[in-house]
Design a protein around this ligand. Structure first.
Ligand SMILES: [Zn+2]
Length: 759
């Protein structure tokens, strides 16, 4: 027997039994598993200290729904066994969200530094039970949890999710359901985005047209879309959140993203309108007039009602993506610039924000804005939310302002898994580099942002989950050493919980990651890496839809000619994710090192210097990794062909247009050749004949043909349109040029090009 115990202890030390233990997400700060179990049964009593009545009721509701035990809930703690005890001890830690959870075979004692700490601890306690604890299938079985000691508190005080209920309206019960899901995972902030160009969602008594007009849009097919939250709905949501120790921060966008409000009250714009509630996605030039005092009165009246409804100490005012076009043209705005001694429209924006901040401060509220509020000077007490990378946060904390981080690189959950997968979120470090200890303390925390342009309510789950599990662990636990593999295993075991919670979670990662190499002989090689080790990849090269009978990927693919690769991943016999597609087109300068005379954006590299000659074509998703982006600048590149005895009579270049995202086709493609690399002769100057006004996302190839050439140097120039044109919503903003490939081909098609077989 003694040996058996020694053996058992040894095996447990090895973690043989570890998988029997519940998985906890986010991981607590300190925990020690012990032997034995606590059993919850009909006779278990729930005791609580007086001020914890709500928390006790919350826990009892969940336990009773799952177990049907009808636990006794008592507000006077008595000595005894078979108890769950909730209490407060402010001495356990300074952090009010801290708690200690001690489970013995006799009782469960949960001690919080405050009621909030107790509430966070309740979530850990629930995770110790089987997943069915979140369900409502009443069962008489005995509910067991392991004996354990946990001491826990969060690393960051601000752990939030932004929910955009403006682009797509989400029902009140859906918002409440998200408050539950946030609570289960110890998040404490709902950043509620309720005004936008495409819809104003909050009832304002003083301005009824905001919802009568501003909450509804006429879609292209003529249908009406919209909805709003009445003030009663808002009270209900705010209370529901408060019961879960979640703060709701409303975001009232100004001075931009305000077209829905201006559709209702055009007198507060620069031109007087009229406007429609917007139906496209993007950034729009109709913004509040900064020269009209009536605008400020209007906004202050709105904010007065907002402040009455939201107890949050913070009010988010947006402040992002403000095209200055209207202000440049507006007499009133120009007069304001003159009168207030401002340099330009950037300082006018700063004036706008500061004036709103003064008002909020007078009401004891603190202003939060996106990092654009730094431009032209930051308002005195403002908090900056950094989204365009981490620089906004760095600048804010260096000037003594608090910052919240939610960079597009890690925190934008509307982005697909190609850009941000579970592992990427898990690798997120909310603390920027190069700041000192004092400045680090000003990083309050982070958020994941669920923008809803492409996500109506029914798609939100699959975008938020499982990625939010990584975010909650980053913000609560802040693992210094990120062991993704171990976290991934816990996520797998967390899925049954999500299922019981009714979450339609999505995938962890793209099923396929493509890697591209040039072998020493110049031939290309495509490697497919499965997103997770257990995936099986099947592919075709002729563009047909792959199935489990298609070629099983084992060794790298060496395409000799154009092909359309399609890959389907399988997990345990079921398809995992959508079909991955990649068009591959070899050509004469394939793999040639280009001499790039202009600089591509480090956000859109397309894969680096050789991106334009790697054979990999871009898709209509401009974030697919194959597109190289140039903001304002032209693309100018030279190829040194001296070591290649090639002749060519055609150069084609692939471009992309999606003017909602400020991406335009070039105005022209110019092809030049040279023998000495200094003097160039123009072979072709091809104007683009597709209007920059054309909406939607599409690819377009510009093709230059000329008499057969043999040259030492080839120069390719694509002219950037430079600014969004006057008719554009973001008129005057720097435009993007997106390029995927420069194809240099021999006009006379050789046998090699006729063959369609790739292998
Ligand atoms: Zn104006």
């Amino acid at each position: 027997m003694k040996y058996l115990i020694v053996l058992l202890t040894f095996l447990m030390g090895l973690g043989i039994f570890a998988q029997k233990r519940p998985v906890l997400i986010p991981m607590p700060h300190a925990l020690e598993w012990r032997t034995g179990q606590f059993e919850l049964d009909k006779k278990t009593s729930l005791f609580y200290e007086e001020e914890l009545e709500k928390e006790a009721q919350y826990l009892a509701n969940i336990l009773n729904q799952a177990t049907a035990f009808g636990l006794k809930v008592l507000d006077k703690i008595e000595e005894g066994e078979n108890q769950i005890v909730l209490k407060i001890d402010p001495a356990i830690e300074e952090n009010k969200e801290a708690y200690q959870l001690n489970v013995s075979m006799e009782k469960v004692v949960l001690t919080g530094a405050s009621a909030t700490g107790v509430f966070r601890g309740i979530q850990t306690l629930l995770q110790l039970f089987p997943p069915s604890i979140y369900g409502n299938e009443s069962s008489e079985e005995i509910w067991k949890i392991p004996v354990v000691d946990i001491a826990d508190s969060p690393k960051f005080q601000w752990r939030g999710m932004l929910l955009d209920c403006s682009r797509h309206f989400m029902k009140k019960d859906f918002v409440k359901r998200y408050l539950d899901l946030l609570a289960y995972h110890k998040m404490n902030t709902l950043h509620w985005h309720i005004t936008e160009d495409q819809g104003w969602r909050m009832e304002i008594k003083k301005y009824p047209k905001l919802t009568e007009v501003g909450a509804w849009r006429t879609e292209k097919d003529g249908s009406r879309y919209g909805g709003f939250y009445s003030q009663e709905d808002i009270k209900e949501i705010v209370q529901y959140a408060a019961d879960r120790h979640i703060n709701v921060v409303p975001e009232i966008e100004l001075p931009g993203h305000s077209q829905a409000a201006l559709a209702a009250y055009p007198e507060y714009s620069c031109t007087g309108g009229p406007f429609e509630v917007e139906t496209e996605w993007g950034v729009f030039r109709e913004i509040y007039c900064a020269g009209n005092d009536g605008t400020f009165e209007f906004l202050e009246n709105i904010l007065t009602e907002v402040i009455e409804l939201f107890p949050s100490p913070y009010i988010h005012i947006g402040g992002d993506e403000v095209p200055k076009y209207r202000w440049e043209q507006c007499d009133k705005c120009q007069k304001r610039i003159e009168k207030e001694n401002l340099q330009d429209t950037h300082e006018l924006q700063s004036y706008f924000i500061k004036r709103i901040e003064n008002f909020l401060t007078s009401k004891n509220k603190q202003l939060i804005g996106w990092d654009e509020i730094l431009e032209g000077g930051l308002a005195e007490g403002a908090i900056v939310q950094s989204w365009r990378g981490m620089n906004g946060a760095v600048e804010a904390v260096k000037s003594g302002h608090p910052a919240i981080v939610s960079p597009t690189s890690h925190a934008y959950f509307d982005y697909d898994l190609k850009s941000i997968d579970l592992e990427k979120v898990y690798s997120f470090d909310p603390i920027p580099k190069d700041i000192d200890e004092k400045q680090k303390a000003l990083i309050w925390g982070g958020e994941c942002n669920m923008w809803s342009e492409r996500a109506p309510q029914e798609l939100v789950d699959s975008k938020v989950f499982p990625r939010i599990l990584a975010m909650t662990e980053v913000l609560w636990s802040y693992p210094m050493v990120r062991d993704y593999e171990q976290f991934y295993q816990r996520v797998q075991r967390h899925y049954p919980r999500l299922k019981t919670m009714g979450v339609s979670y999505g995938f962890e990662t793209m099923p396929v990651h493509l890697e591209h190499y040039f072998q020493p002989d110049g031939n290309a090689e495509i490697r497919l890496n499965a997103g997770t080790p257990e995936l099986k990849l099947c592919y075709t090269l002729d563009g047909s839809t792959p199935n489990e009978e298609s070629i099983l990927y084992r060794i790298p693919i060496e395409p000799k000619d154009s092909c359309q690769l399609k890959v389907q991943a399988y997990k345990e016999g079921k398809t995992y994710g959508e079909v991955f597609e990649q068009v591959y087109e070899p050509h004469q300068v394939l793999g040639k090192q280009p001499d790039l005379l202009t600089t591509y954006s480090n956000h859109y590299t397309g894969g680096g210097d050789k991106a334009l000659v790697n054979g990999l074509r871009g898709s209509t998703d401009f974030r697919d990794g194959n597109w190289q982006g140039y903001q304002y600048d032209d693309l100018v590149t030279i190829f040194d062909l001296r070591d290649q005895n090639i002749t060519f009579s055609e150069v084609s270049v692939g471009f992309y247009q999606y003017n909602n995202s400020w991406i335009f086709l070039p105005t022209a493609l110019i092809i030049e050749v040279s023998q000495d690399g200094k003097t160039f002769k123009e072979l072709a100057n091809i104007p683009n004949d597709i209007s920059p006004k054309q909406r939607g996302k599409f690819l377009h190839q510009l093709q230059a043909t000329f008499p057969k050439q043999s040259a030492n140097y080839l120069k390719v120039t694509a002219k950037n349109i430079q600014h969004c044109p006057d008719w554009h919503e973001a008129a005057g903003s720097k435009a993007w040029l997106f390029v995927d490939e420069i194809l240099e081909v021999i006009k006379i098609t050789t046998q090699k090009h006729i063959e369609k077989v790739c292998l």
